[in-house]
Design a protein around this ligand. Sequence first.
Ligand SMILES: Cc1cc2nc3c(=O)[nH]c(=O)nc-3n(C[C@H](O)[C@H](O)[C@H](O)COP(=O)(O)OP(=O)(O)OC[C@H]3O[C@@H](n4cnc5c(N)ncnc54)[C@H](O)[C@@H]3O)c2cc1C
Length: 546
Amino acid sequence: MADATYDAVVVGGGTKSLVTALYLAKYGQMEVAVFEDRHEVGGGISSEEGPAPGFIANTHSTIHFDDYYPTVFDDFPDFKDRGARYVHPKSAWGGVFEEDQASLLVYHEEYDPTQEKTAREIARFSERDAETWLVLWDKWKKYIEPAFIKWLHTPPPPPGVPDPLEEAMRNPDSGLEPQWAEMSSSQVLKDLFESPEIRIALYRTMHSWHLHAPDEYGLGLNTLLGGLMWTQCCFFIGGTHSIAHALLKCFVEEGGKVFTKSPVDKILVEGSKATGIRLKNGTEVKARQLVLSGVDPQQLCFNLLGEDKVSPQVARRVKNLEDTFTTITWYDYALHNPPDYLAKSFNPDIAECGWLVLSNRDEERLSKEHAWFKLGKYPRPGVTTMVVCPHSIFDSTRAPEGKHLIKTETPCIPATYLSAKEWREFKKVQAEEELKEWRKFAPNMTWDNVIGYMALTPLDASNLRNMYPKGNMGSNVDNAPGQLGRFRPIPDLARHKVPGISQLYATSAAWAPSLGGSAWQGYNCYKVISEDLGLLQPWKDKGRPY
Ligand SMILES: Cc1cc2nc3c(=O)[nH]c(=O)nc-3n(C[C@H](O)[C@H](O)[C@H](O)COP(=O)(O)OP(=O)(O)OC[C@H]3O[C@@H](n4cnc5c(N)ncnc54)[C@H](O)[C@@H]3O)c2cc1C
């Protein structure tokens, strides 16, 4: 006898499963219950009053894009009123170079819709690259972006059927060269641009997403597309937890139920049908129509189901997933004053750059850093190539009046490579080294300017209850070629179902297209369920192409 019964029972309350749950409640007209291990829902979209009182830091996801939630804004008109509001930085991404404090800024689409202002900045380094950027921008707006947005919001098609991006690549007018998909990031960027400045800034910006070395094959096209998409980056006001809170409010208003501090132990399978879940406290919850998993594929297959419930091929492929190198440090500094860059005399807009790469012109630098990681070491003295994100410059709610909250990111070794004691030491050294590096570009970044800081290393990420043993930021599945797009996490699971088990659906950032705090995988999972169960499909009624 079950302790409770719902139409849909959801394991985990991360972004992806919350989005699917929301669609099931409203458009599936189901009674839906979410069971979450932690004290609150949201998973990797969470914010805490961290570095000092009144300073709000994102503990995981921080930089978002206009393309992350368009479907939710459209299909749930209250989403914005429930707190999901965002701002754009003036320049989206850029780099500043130690040798001469020159900076290259790419302006946000809102401030530079034709990208002519950006082209003028690029022309300070290369006239030819400025022209290339404008040609790319034209192709992006006409052909690539519409296909890209459709691709993000479409479940991977069955084998043999091209996905929207593959279709675009077949069109010679799109400007997308098929060989770019096989090439490394540095090969593609060298194919396009002659100036090291744009190559370094674009590559390091996109490194924050795939965390792979510039010379690794198969990521070149992703780097280029991501760089174009990054021109519409955004920051959610109040921190990314505003998204989780807004999703939660909408879900509850649709009649959804949420149970926190309710870890799920097993997905119950009778014959070949998922029938419900058992919580760690022994409570059994039945599902009339479906069970939805919102956790990583490893936990789904080996803990919640059990290896005997999945095919040997699925078990083997999930065991073999690459899960090691999607790891970073994430430091939030509470400051009296924002960094005062020497490069402001080159371009004063540097203060308002959303994702600023602090680098020199050594194009081998990131490859060398990755070589150290492969040896299990973090290169010292110094820090790996640092990125700065000045949250409070765009959103005054993130810090007390007149003060600032600024985040940094550096690529890092996985959590398991050091002991807890070594990580404690690492944290202190890292803060010293980051400030030292920062002062090369902004001399006011002394300890006198720092009110407090919150350090998140891969070990800290792995210690957050929803995270993964190595501190992987990609739901335990690296953004590696072969684990992206239609192959993510493995081809057998990519269409949000587990072969051989009916009434069971799965989503998370480990599914197509890639990691991140978007709504994509949650929306795509609902699309699959709606086809199977004949549920309402708002995109069709609205004539939305995705
Ligand atoms: C340090 C860091 C920085 C990041 N920065 C960015 C960024 O800037 N931009 C970006 O787009 N993305 C970023 N990401 C990635 C992004 O946060 C994740 O990809 C995304 O939030 C994952 O969402 P999800 O719903 O798939 O999984 P999660 O958010 O991990 O949600 C899964 C949920 O399931 C719960 N759960 C797990 N097991 C159980 C169980 N047995 N029973 C019940 N509940 C369970 C967990 O507690 C969790 O709440 C970052 C991640 C990290 C770690």
